[in-house]
Ligand binder design. Sequence first.
Ligand code: HEM
Length: 141
Amino acid sequence: MIVKHSLDSKNPVVSGHLRDASRPPIVILVSSGIITRWLYSTNAKDIGIMYLCFAVFTGLIGTAFSILIRLELSAPGSQYLGGDHQLYNVVATTHGIIMIYFIVVPAMAGFANYMAPVLIGAPDKIRVNCVFIYTTLCPGN
Ligand code: HEM
């Protein structure tokens, strides 16, 4: 079934031909161009926003680790980690690494990418940074 919408006839998603209910949502998402609009973008603000989204997402993970630490330390003795002290060390270390290298650093890169070209008037320094954000997403970068 095709759902037509008269409000925005220029947008292929809203205007109808990508709203075929027989197509899986992922196919609709890919064919709408939203993914390539972000991943292929060389716009400084887009890159900055992607860095910040990455930092927010990893922030949830780092916060989950800190909550686990807090719960484990909430009373004397062992609470949730089964008395495995080495596991506690792993959790605390992972928490620290995520907080610094996956939140603080990408967030600073995000603000820098967003603000610096605007401030110094150099809008096209950004193509190399596309590579940087993709390597940021790779473990072991
Ligand atoms: C933006 C950076 C960070 C934030 C927001 C953060 C946040 C937190 C929070 C909320 C807790 C729970 C504290 C509690 O209630 O007892 C915690 C605990 C802890 N964090 Fe972080 N953390 C950050 C960076 C780091 C780093 C870089 C390290 C180490 C390299 C680290 C190591 C630890 C350790 C060892 C604990 C357990 C502390 C304790 O004995 O109570 N954190 N962190």
